[in-house]
Design a binder for this molecule. Structure first.
Ligand code: NAG
Ligand code: NAG
Ligand code: NAG
Ligand code: NAG
Ligand code: NAG
Length: 311
């Protein structure tokens, strides 16, 4: 009994030693480990301009700031990225990231995310919806970026700065940006905005909001041609002329038009029918008319004849 207890005590102590050793080695390794292409300072991993085509491995797990700018990355490895559970700052600008970003950002508590100068063409609801701590998001200079889904930033309620400049965006739903409670700075410049009726609410919001718009002088309409180059903030009168001010009025006018057309065409058809009947009568009915005229007069004289016969 005594021996057994001693043995157990000893093996427990050995176990603790073992765990301590493993932890120490792991810490030592992690303290030293750094992707071979990158430079690592305290909690900062800098992989600027190393012609990287793949996401670097061996990034210390406690990294707070990761810089991958000016590389040739076409995708971000979700598995490697989401091991970095302390990562708050990620700069992936100047790469060739495409549309594989959905479900990429899962467990990273990012506050700052730079995806400018890439090859992204679409932002969906599934791209940023788990980045609930995001404060700065840069998507500018993605020359093929054509679509941002309506609720793409719905969960990014802390977003203060959003840059969508120099993309291919022609349209954006107003609620995508207007319902961001913390938004202070918004970049919309040098996009080929289509300032037509579907954009009416967005243009109204741009005119009335007190958000700071970066590079406001280049925030202009591309189409329709009549207002090419006009500032987004000065389109309201054109829009009001082009599009009716509200849906009810438009529907009302439409219904009135339909009613008028039906009424008018009915009247015209009735009138034409009348005219045709009269013309037909005049042209083809002359012989019948003559016969009628011949036949009709006789009856009055015949009546007295009948009476005479009866009598
Ligand atoms: C990252 O490294 C590049 C040069 O490789 C340097 O110019 C840049 O300032 C560094 N960034 C930071 C945040 O240290
Ligand atoms: C990375 O991209 C640059 C241009 O951005 C190019 O000059 C270079 O050849 C590319 N490197 C690789 C390894 O593809
Ligand atoms: C960028 O995206 C466009 C279309 O979305 C594609 O045609 C082009 O090849 C892409 N460029 C690179 C460098 O991946
Ligand atoms: C917002 O994030 C939560 C998880 O944090 C998720 O369950 C929810 O579906 C997200 N909402 C949207 C609109 O994506
Ligand atoms: C507006 O865009 C032009 C080129 O498109 C550029 O030269 C100019 O610097 C921009 N204005 C501002 C204030 O950035």
């Amino acid at each position: 009994m005594f021996m057994d207890e001693k043995r157990i005590y000893r093996s427990q102590k050995d176990g603790q030693k073992c765990i301590f050793l493993i932890t120490a080695v792991a810490l030592l390794q992690c303290g030293l480990c750094c992707p071979k292409e990158c430079s690592c300072e305290y909690l900062l991993v800098n992989c600027t301009a190393r012609q990287l085509e793949d996401f670097p491995t061996d990034i210390p797990m406690d990294t707070r700031q990761l810089i991958l700018t000016h590389n040739n990355l076409t995708y971000l490895s979700s598995m490697d990225l989401n091991l970095l559970i302390d990562l708050v700052y990620l700069d992936c600008s100047h790469n060739v990231l495409g549309d594989s970003l959905e479900a990429t950002f899962i467990a990273v508590p990012l506050v700052y995310l730079d995806l400018s100068h890439n090859n992204i063409s679409k932002i969906t609801t599934g791209t940023f919806y788990l980045l609930t701590s995001l404060v700065v998001l840069k998507l500018s200079d993605n020359p093929y970026l054509e679509e941002i889904e309506k609720d793409a930033f719905a969960n990014n309620t802390g977003l203060r700065q959003l840059d969508l400049s120099r993309t291919a965006l022609t349209y954006i739903d107003v609620t995508t940006v207007s319902e961001l409670p913390s938004l202070r700075t918004l970049g919309l410049s040098s996009n080929p905005w289509d300032c037509y009726c579907p954009m009416k609410d967005f243009l109204k919001w741009v005119t009335e909001s007190d958000i700071y718009f970066t590079d406001e002088e280049n925030m202009t309409c591309m189409t329709p041609v009549q207002i090419y180059g006009e500032s987004l903030k000065e389109t309201e009168k054109h829009i009001n002329l082009m599009c009716f001010t509200n849906l009810y009025e438009r529907d009302y006018i439409f219904l009135m038009l339909v009613g008028f057309v039906i009424f008018g065409s009915g009247t015209v058809v009735a009138w034409l029918t009348g005219v045709c009947v009269v013309i037909y009568d005049r042209l083809c009915g002359t012989t019948e008319d003559d016969e009628d005229e011949d036949e009709e007069p006789p009856p009055p004289p015949s009546k007295p004849k009948k009476k005479e016969e009866e009598a």
